[in-house]
Design a protein around this ligand. Structure first.
Ligand code: AMP
Ligand code: MG
Length: 496
């Protein structure tokens, strides 16, 4: 390997978590990678982070992204957290296959975590190997970038490398490391861990830290900790509404996979729904459908209730009063969610104003889609064509279109109140209804080519299409189409 010059790389680390929470993380080093290879590098994100993309897209960058070199100023550590997994409490989880390198302040003055995922075992690995196969690493890269382009808050990928080592799952697979960027890695499960291990004082420290980092405005509230809870609830309600609006199923909404910042995190068994079936579950481990598409809003409240429980002693010295205040806030989450969701659904059908009957109009449309077994993404994308005089395009996405025609008459009447030209509404719809989402068969195709044939071409092509999900490109029809019909249901695996 060429001489490594860390000075050139200018990571401006400022590691506030490491400074603040001694005892709640373990300093750790990554396992050396025997023959690392840089597969994918996110140039635009590097620029956003204030890093030098040219210096990083190199042997020196590879040394860092594979865990072989620690950049100047990094303090690699594994964070401790707990969490409720499928409803049951796990008191000790933590970064079992990840290392936080540190935090940098980006070009917009935002503090961002840089984390290696798949870099080897830590004291939290609990028998796991701390490694990640290439498939899941590329999957997280792809879906995270797609979500970002779709306008959904998300952690992102700065780089994906292979380590030159095999990792063993059901078979030997190429080992890989993802460099993940996050607003922070503080999870609902981090609060649960701090509450269980450090009591009130530690939860207060963590809440103060999270407020300063993510919700500084709540400092001035009459009750800052209650305001903090409401702010997290609102961010998470907006996030889950965003998922529902584009047909995204996270798949493993355990409390350790729910961020305080409101970013989507941990793309394990996630997938986008093709045909609109509210009960859709892809994850092979979600046997009872706890994290089915339609259950996500309910799980949002369930998870945030776990956060609320940790905040009781901070919200009021009188426990009963604290519980009452937090309960009131918890009871408000579904209405926060519905507001975000309805606002998203209004945009999807071209509405910019509010009418008391909109909820009914949207819900009736969902019935039409469900009965007509519509492809969720194609249906909304083609709906704008109906405003351009072509209703067949959307009718063709439905098994039967009679109910749609009835609904469309009500919709057109409602659109008249908008007092804008049909073409303007159609264009606005095309800016929120993607044509390209990570279709499951396309994702699998790209990951298989990379893992089995060391061919990154399908991945690069898919990534490029997904980076502009609202712009239709001639020749890319295959990326917009649902999976060919087969008799096997698509299944996803945690796998990382
Ligand atoms: P996740 O499925 O990403 O939410 O992970 C749940 C927990 O399992 C976290 O504490 C992870 O660090 C841990 N974990 C998952 N995969 C591995 C692995 N291969 N080795 C060690 N720990 C792991
Ligand atoms: Mg996780």
């Amino acid at each position: 390997m060429d001489a490594f010059d860390p000075i050139q790389l200018h990571f401006n680390f400022d590691n506030s978590f490491a400074r603040t929470f001694k005892g709640f993380f373990v300093p750790c080093q990554a396992d050396p990678a025997v023959a690392p290879k840089l597969l994918q590098f996110n140039h635009a994100l590097a620029v956003e982070l204030g890093l030098d993309p040219v210096a990083l897209n190199s042997e020196a960058g590879l040394a860092i992204f594979s865990g072989n070199e620690t950049p100047n100023g990094a303090e690699p550590l594994a964070q401790a957290y707990a969490g409720h997994q499928f409803g049951g409490y796990a008191s000790q989880l933590g970064d079992g296959r990840a290392l936080l390198l540190g935090e940098v302040i980006d070009t917009q003055q935002r503090r961002r975590d840089i984390q290696l995922k798949g870099s080897g075992p830590t004291p939290f690995s609990r028998g796991g190997d701390g490694k990640a196969p290439l498939g899941p690493v590329l999957r997280e890269y792809l879906i995270g970038e797609s979500m970002h382009a779709l306008g959904i808050p998300t952690t992102r990928a700065l780089a994906a490398v292979t380590t030159g080592e095999e990792v063993y799952r059901e078979k030997a697979l190429p080992g890989a490391v993802l460099t993940r960027i996050a607003a922070s890695h503080i999870r609902v499960g981090t609060f649960e861990f701090f509450a269980a291990q450090g009591g009130v004082e530690k939860v207060r420290d963590l809440a103060d830290y999270a407020i300063a980092r993510h919700y500084p405005d709540t400092t001035d509230a009459e009750n800052p900790y209650l305001a903090f809870f409401t702010a997290v609830s609102d961010a998470q309600a907006a996030l889950v509404a965003g998922w529902m609006n584009i047909g995204f199923i996270h798949g493993v909404m355990n409390t350790d996979n729910m961020t305080i910042s409101g970013e989507t995190i941990d793309y394990g068994p996630c997938a986008f729904m093709d045909t609109y079936v509210p009960g859709t579950v892809f994850s092979s481990i979600d046997r009872h459908g706890r994290y089915a598409y339609a259950n996500q809003p309910e799980i949002l409240t369930w998870n945030l209730t776990r956060l609320a429980e940790t905040l009781i002693p901070l919200v009021d010295p009188d426990k009963d009063r604290a519980i009452k205040l937090l309960t009131d806030s918890v009871q408000h989450i579904q209405s926060l969610y519905e507001t975000h969701w309805l606002s998203g659904m209004r945009s999807k059908i071209g509405l910019t104003t509010e009418d008391p009957h909109d909820l009914e109009l949207v819900n009736d449309l969902l019935w039409v889609m469900k009965d007509g077994q519509a492809d969720f993404t194609l249906f909304f994308r083609r709906l704008s064509q109906a405003l351009r005089g072509d209703s067949d395009s959307v009718r063709n996405v439905l098994e039967q279109s009679g109910a749609f025609d009835v609904w469309a008459r009500r919709w057109r009447k409602r659109l008249e109140k908008e007092e804008v030209a049909a073409e303007s509404s159609a264009q606005a719809m095309d800016r929120v209804n993607p044509i390209y989402i990570p279709r499951n068969h396309k994702v699998e195709e790209a990951l298989a080519a990379a893992s089995d044939q060391e061919d990154m071409t399908p991945f690069s092509e898919l990534l490029s299409v997904l980076s502009h999900p609202f712009d239709e490109v001639a020749g890319k029809e295959a990326y917009a189409a649902p999976a060919p019909v087969t008799d096997t249901t698509y299944k996803t695996f945690c796998g990382t």
